[in-house]
Design a protein around this ligand. Sequence first.
Ligand SMILES: NC(=O)c1ccc[n+]([C@@H]2O[C@H](COP(=O)([O-])OP(=O)(O)OC[C@H]3O[C@@H](n4cnc5c(N)ncnc54)[C@H](O)[C@@H]3O)[C@@H](O)[C@H]2O)c1
Length: 446
Amino acid sequence: MEAKSMTRRQFASGSAKAALAVGAIPSIAHRVAAQNPDKIRLGLVGCGGRGTGAAMDAILSAPNVELVAMADLFPDKIEASLGKLRAAQKGAARDFAAQYGSMKIDWDRADAVRVTPERCFIGFDAYRKILETDADIIILGGPPGFRPMHIRAALDAGKHVFAEKPVAVDPVGARSVLESSEMAKKKGLGLMGGTQLRFSQPYNAIIGRIHDGKIGEVVAAECYWWHDYFVRWHAEERKAGWSDMEYQVRCWPHFVWLSGDHIVENLVHNIDVMNWAMGGAPKTAVALGGHANWEDWPVRGNVYDHFFVEYEYPNGAKGYASSRQIKNCAHRVGEKVMGTKGAADPFRQITGENAYDYDGPFDNPRFIQWGRFIESIRNGNPMNYGAQVAEASMTAILGRMSAYTGRAINYDWALHQSKLDLSPAQFDFGPLPVAPLAVPGKTPLV
Ligand SMILES: NC(=O)c1ccc[n+]([C@@H]2O[C@H](COP(=O)([O-])OP(=O)(O)OC[C@H]3O[C@@H](n4cnc5c(N)ncnc54)[C@H](O)[C@@H]3O)[C@@H](O)[C@H]2O)c1
């Protein structure tokens, strides 16, 4: 199906109607809440798995938060998202309980979905139309290739932004997000990124100790994301009538212009932890990678299945980042930081002279993040993590650029001089040839 618009009739059919009906019944709690001027209204752009989850996290993390508008390329995605939110309203939200650790959740908030058909927007300009609603915070949960454009438009319209990670797939996009971040500061708007480990209790305890010198001088760090789920992640079978664009967007992880490849899409979390421990972005990267196994990949896109990057930080410390997505291979995901007096696993412990085992709570960092973000907006001092998440994305992009070209690359050059812009010439549901797989030593550095 090629989706360009969603009529009121289409929206009100089937599961969307049922979902909406449940969402539209005002509870006593929300009649009371409606009189509270402190209400925060959410608009969701990109109503897939994480966007839907982020909306639920936001609603559950603070009182008087409602989802009021939705935007997506496809009507079926909005219907499915409303279906999940409806299930949560009926009590399935308690299934999220395990994610929230010891935190106290007011589950009655889960009914704060106030989306009407007039506030559901479809198509490539849906992200603009939602900005005309009274939403206060726009959640950006679409594929990362659209993120810089969506962030800029939302801030231009005076909205606070929660942008899922990564926030860019190329240096042109990363530059744009850094500019947007400055713009947000000037306008007094919040900009939060989906690198939620920054709000994790154990990570804060241990990285705080690293910054306090408990492992001595940091000499090296490593991070890894070795798994196989990316192989099948959003890998849909192509349906008759789907244009190249529709196929690529529905299977977005497999196309570099949309996902940035798995080093940018997934490993960005762990690269961000490495940057955090090191106190900023690296100065150089040299990397290798390739695609060893296509047999298990249902979608033949243009991403690699393995990467290894050696970063060098300004103090000479090395950061080793590796990412693999191949079936039937060893799995591991995490980080390590090595210093002159010890070593740290930022998720749990420090070994060496100042040994330490984290024994505090492990509450869901996304939930902590949303609670603080909303509180900061209500206090009139909105949090801005734009530069942090743009730097993490750019560090991952730098590693990919080095692996694709085979060249050692300087971070400052890539961020400020590179002209690499992966976005297609136009956004419409038509033909879109797939760029060939990068070949180190042949793919040019742009
Ligand atoms: N922070 C985390 O731990 C975490 C976890 C999972 C996913 N994510 C991030 O969330 C993002 C989405 O991942 P997902 O698994 O939810 O993907 P998804 O495919 O389930 O959702 C993406 C949605 O965006 C829609 N979309 C595509 N292009 C759009 C456009 N131009 N305008 C509006 N909507 C558009 C799609 O139709 C789809 O509904 C990714 O950036 C991913 O990295 C973050």
